[in-house]
Every structure is written in structure tokens, then in C-alpha cells.
Design a protein around this ligand. Structure first.
Ligand code: FAD
Ligand code: SF4
Length: 434
């Protein structure tokens, strides 16, 4: 049987790999082009950003085309990777088990987490390669009772040159991304078509018949009895809406706010971002030089990259946000989100202060890059990993299915969801192999 998988990010790549391994004829349709990392040093931008010539964050895709930004409210921007590998090519390489709200609906992903961790080799980044200030801030976090720990990472320490630019793509191939799984899928016979944004699923009398793609290059139709949407929390929702299937107004994004401080010659970019993290109830704290704020946030302009220190707050935000047919997103920070961010950012500033980092401690931009919740599973859907609302032959296999925000890195969760969905597809059609 022929299967169309839409998207090549964490979930799509995992699904394509699993279906192809089990004998299905897989076609991956990817909206973006082949990923290319950013190859200049960040210092290239210093004169431009000081003069404000870089403009606002919506210009990111002029500097770095694979990164797409959507302004969802006056002060919140959402980022995603529209390219082969999706958001995984932009990650800091953190690989942790996030499963907030899943046990509550009866979904336990331990076996998928374990299997994927074995495949993607997880290791922490050795402390002797952390920047001295990161070590100092770790000690301060311990003193403050925040129980920090080394972040599990999908980064090969031997290949890593500590350039600090993981989110602009890893030029050394030291950090895992889902293109590895796409390669496995293609080795098993799958094919990938890039620059092929899916507009809608073709459904006749409640049965899936294929998909329609469309770009400036024209429209195309691909026939198939099985379509799996893994275009991410925004992409899958947009396709569902255009296919006449209503999505949920519960988009979450794990909003990030970085507090910036100053430490002469800290050179925080000379280590991978987020080498340690501290998990609190609704957020994590982690050392992080926020390159987007460095480039585009006016209040951060005066400080050079060598002296800039950042402490990130990643929040489990309120699940409130809606995607429309055009892919426009309406999402704002709720009063509860703003309260928690205020409390968490004081803690971030305190860690820096205790470590000798000078103020003024200035907020970075609000942004979010973990996108889910737009087609959430309910307890009754978990057995088949599928809502009865979907027509025959259509599956959703990404973070859209996850009802709660995580406030934690979500790449492993997205892959685990994809793996479980792929196995349910195979279970539901035992004769589907070539
Ligand atoms: C800057 C950044 C840093 C991050 N860092 C980390 C980290 O360190 N650790 C971590 O665990 N998580 C991290 N994340 C989050 C993590 O990468 C994502 O949660 C995860 O990749 C989501 O997987 P997904 O398959 O749901 O979506 P994605 O990975 O976004 O994949 C969706 C794919 O679908 C494609 N697509 C979209 N629309 C269409 C369409 N209409 N037709 C065809 N294709 C389409 C996209 O181009 C993309 O390839 C980060 C995210 C960002 C943005
Ligand atoms: S810090 Fe290491 S893993 Fe990250 S982009 Fe640079 S070389 Fe790659």
C-alpha cells in the first residue's frame, strides 16, 4: 500500500521510517527545501544589529531561510523549521522525556522513549567543556535549591566544536536531527518530494483519496488511500481546516523568555546552548544566549555577543490559540502565563546575580517553538491513537495530538507520538505491506 506522510520533522520522519521498514510504499511530502545551516559567525551581524538595520524578528527568514516566524499577537512570535528535518534541524539538541498530561488520558510512552533514546544515543555535555560562567550559574542554582541537572543531549561531544549555534543548524553534523530517520526511510524505499506544501486532503464519501499540494509552481494531486499528517501543530491544523475538519483552539507553544545580563568576556556562545536545566513546576530555567533577541530586540542592542549572558525561562503556557485556513495564528499570553513568567524571570535574574553577572537584567522577546495541541487526543482515542472524527485512511501523527503544553523540550515526545501512531497504522492494516 502507498502511504503519504506529510512533513519530515520529528514525527513525520519517525513515521516514514517505521512504515517504510514494514514494507509500505512511502512518499514524504515536505513543504520546505533541503536544509542548509547558517555558515557565518554571529559577529558578522554586530554592526548591522547595533544600527537596528536587521529590523524585526519577522526578517529571520531573510537571514536564515529555513526558519519561519509567525507573529501570533503583538508581543509573541512563533518559530518553526520549514525545511527537511522540520524544527529538529533548529534544536539545541536537548532530548528529554516530556509527557505532561499524557498519563491523565491513559497514554504511556515509556517503551517508545526508550527505543528512540537507544537509536539516537543520548549523552550529557561534559562539564569540563562548559563555560566557566555556566558552571558558576549551575552552583548558584544548587545554592538556591533549584536542583539543576546536566541536560541530556543528542549531541556527539567528539564532533561538537562548541560553536553555540545549534539553532542555526549544526555545520559539523554533531547534533542529531530527523534527517537521519528520513535517510533510513529512503534506504528502505521511501521517497521524499521537497517544496511540496500540502494544501488539503482529498476526501470522497468519508474516505481518503490523496492530497493536493500547491505552490507558486502550481498545483499537484497525489493519490493514496493512507495519509498521515505530521506537519506540526500549525501545519497539520491548517491542512485539517482546509480539508473541512475542525481543529481545536488549544494551541500551545512552550513560550520562551530569556533574561539578559552582562559579564565581560563570558563568551557564552562557546558551548552548546542549555548545557544544564532546572525543572520547576510550570517552567524550566537554563543558560542560553538568545540569538533572536540579540539580533532583533532593541533593548538588547548595546551589549556585544561576547559579553551577553542569558538565562532562559521555558514556560508550559496556557493552551489557548487557534490556527486558521490561511495558517494565520491567533495566540496571546494569558494573564496566568504573564504572572508565571514574571516569577520565573526574577529567579533567572537571581541566578545570574548570585554568579556575578551584572545588570541591568533585561527581558528578551517572547517566542515559542514547541507547537502542539490543535487536534488533541482524548482518553477514548488513545487505544487506536486516532479520533473517530477523522475520515477513513487519515491519521494525525504529531504534537497536534498532545493536549497539554510541556514547558520542556519536545522533540523526543514528537518522535515517540509518531512511532506509536505508525505502529497503530500497521496494526490496523496487517495486509498493507508491499
Ligand atoms: C528553534 C527551536 C529550537 C528547539 N529546540 C529543541 C530542543 O533542543 N529539544 C527539543 O526536544 N525540542 C526542541 N524544539 C522543539 C522540537 O524541535 C519540536 O517540538 C519537534 O520537532 C516537533 O515535531 P513535529 O514533527 O511535530 O513538527 P516539525 O518538526 O515542525 O515538523 C513539521 C514538518 O512539516 C513540514 N510542513 C509544514 N506544513 C506543511 C505542509 N502544508 N505540507 C508539507 N509539509 C509541511 C515542515 O516543513 C516540517 O518539516 C525546538 C524548536 C525550535 C523551533
Ligand atoms: S555547538 Fe556543537 S552541536 Fe551545536 S551547532 Fe555547534 S558544533 Fe553543532
Amino acid at each position: 500500500m502507498k502511504a503519504i506522510v506529510v512533513g519530515s520533522g520529528a514525527s513525520g520522519a519517525t513515521i516514514a521510517r517505521e512504515l517504510s521498514k514494514n514494507g509500505l510504499e512511502v512518499l514524504i511530502l515536505e513543504a520546505g527545501g533541503n536544509f542548509k545551516p547558517f555558515t557565518r559567525h554571529v559577529s558578522w551581524s554586530e554592526p548591522f544589529r547595533k544600527l537596528g538595520i536587521l529590523g524585526s524578528a519577522s526578517n529571520i527568514n531573510k537571514i536564515f531561510p529555513p526558519m519561519n516566524s509567525i507573529k501570533s499577537s503583538p508581543d509573541l512570535a512563533l518559530f518553526r523549521g520549514i525545511t527537511t528535518g522540520g524544527c529538529t534541524v533548529l534544536t539545541c539538541g536537548n532530548l528529554v522525556r516530556a509527557e505532561e498530561g499524557l498519563h491523565h488520558i491513559g497514554l504511556k510512552l515509556e517503551s517508545e522513549f526508550q527505543e528512540l533514546e537507544n537509536l539516537i544515543k543520548v549523552e550529557t555535555f561534559p562539564e569540563n567543556r562548559w563555560r566557566p560562567l555556566s558552571r558558576e550559574m549551575f552552583k548558584s542554582a544548587v545554592k538556591l535549591g533549584l536542583d539543576p541537572e546536566s541536560t541530556p543531549k543528542a549531541v556527539n561531544e567528539k564532533k561538537c566544536i562548541s560553536c553555540g549555534l545549534c539553532e542555526l543548524g549544526c555545520v559539523k553534523g554533531a547534533r542529531w536531527d530527523s534527517r537521519n530517520f528520513i535517510d533510513d526511510a529512503c534506504a528502505g524505499g521511501a521517497t521524499i518530494k521537497i517544496n511540496s506544501p500540502v494544501k488539503k486532503v482529498i476526501i470522497e464519501k468519508g474516505i481518503v483519496k490523496g492530497v493536493e499540494t500547491g505552490s507558486i509552481l502550481g498545483k499537484n494531486t497525489y493519490k493514496s488511500d493512507l495519509v498521515v499528517l505530521a506537519a506540526g501543530g500549525i501545519g497539520s491544523a491548517q491542512i485539517l481546516e482546509n480539508s473541512g475538519i475542525e481543529t481545536s483552539p488549544h494551541l500551545w507553544a512552550d513560550v520562551v523568555l530569556t533574561m539578559g545580563g552582562i559579564f565581560k568576556n563570558a563568551k557564552m556562545l562557546k558551548e552548546p546552548p542549555m548545557v544544564w536545566y532546572s525543572k520547576q513546576e510550570d517552567y524550566i530555567l537554563s543558560p542560553y544566549v538568545d540569538i533572536l533577541s540579540h539580533w532583533f530586540h532593541k533593548p538588547w542592542r548595546k551589549v556585544s555577543i561576547n559579553d551577553r549572558v542569558g538565562m532562559m525561562v521555558k514556560l508550559a503556557d496556557s493552551e489557548e490559540g487557534k490556527v486558521d485556513k490561511q495558517g494565520k495564528v491567533d495566540k496571546n499570553l494569558s494573564p496566568k502565563d504573564r504572572d508565571t513568567l514574571k516569577k520565573a524571570s526574577s529567579m533567572a535574574s537571581l541566578i545570574m546575580k548570585e554568579s556575578g553577572v551584572k545588570g541591568p537584567y533585561i527581558q528578551g522577546m517572547y517566542n515559542g517553538g514547541h507547537l502542539g495541541g490543535t487536534f488533541p487526543l482524548e482518553a477514548a482515542d488513545v487505544k487506536n491513537m486516532r479520533s473517530e472524527q477523522l475520515p477513513s485512511g487519515l491519521w494525525v501523527g504529531d504534537l497536534s495530538l498532545v493536549p497539554r503544553s510541556q514547558g520542556m523540550p519536545t522533540m523526543l515526545l514528537a518522535a515517540a507520538i509518531g512511532l506509536r501512531v505508525a505502529r497503530k497504522i500497521l496494526e490496523s492494516m496487517p495486509d498493507a505491506a508491499k
